[in-house]
Write a protein that binds this ligand. Structure first.
Ligand code: ADP
Length: 172
């Protein structure tokens, strides 16, 4: 698997699947979630509402992932995953790692071989970017997956720099 860092907007990535840092309601939010729904159009929200009406009546649990159509995005699927809110007193790293692992498992189920991830939990959920980068890169490198093109899309130059340093340290 090739891991590429991209600085920019995840909604313009031409990939099989785009990962959304959703919240458990699956009904939209700010940050990446808002951008994906805005650019992807209403069919994504309609698919999320169907999931709420069927398998995920109480919402998508933290650390899990589920796919929908991608609407107008230049991708075939959106894989929604719910990152943990950062806590200084409780170690929730396993839940953040689970988001990456479960998203890749769903990608494999779909047959998606190119996948773009945002830096899950580093926005409204306040996860420190250096620690989030370590968890993201460590987890995707260790994951058993058929994904061959994995992009980590960082919105800011600062986040990109942190991920770049982490990727170098991890011996990419
Ligand atoms: P969370 O609630 O999981 O923290 P956010 O969407 O608030 O999710 O933020 C996650 C990360 O996504 C942040 O680093 C934020 O800067 C970044 N981000 C926001 N919009 C976009 C976008 N359009 N493309 C890629 N990354 C984005």
């Amino acid at each position: 698997m090739r891991i590429t860092l991209v600085q920019g907007d995840i909604t313009v990535q031409h990939v099989d699947a785009v990962v959304n840092a959703a919240n458990s309601s699956l009904l939209g939010g700010g940050g990446v979630d808002g951008a994906i729904h805005r650019r992807g159009g209403p069919v994504i929200l309609a698919a999320c509402r169907e999931l709420r009406a069927s398998h995920y009546g109480e919402g998508l649990p933290t650390g899990q992932a589920v796919a929908t159509v991608a609407g107008e995005l230049p991708a075939r699927w959106v894989i929604h995953t719910v990152g943990p809110v950062f806590s200084a007193t409780e170690n929730r790293s396993h839940l953040l790692a689970s988001c990456y692992r479960e998203s890749l498992r769903v990608a494999d189920e779909l047959g998606a071989t190119s996948v773009a991830f945002p830096a899950i939990s580093t926005g409204v959920y306040r996860w420190p970017v250096d620690d989030a980068a370590r968890i993201a890169i460590g987890t995707v490198r260790a994951a058993p997956t058929r994904v061959t093109d994995l992009r980590l899309v960082l919105f800011t130059a600062d986040a990109y720099d942190v991920f770049e340093r982490t990727l170098e340290t991890e011996g990419a």
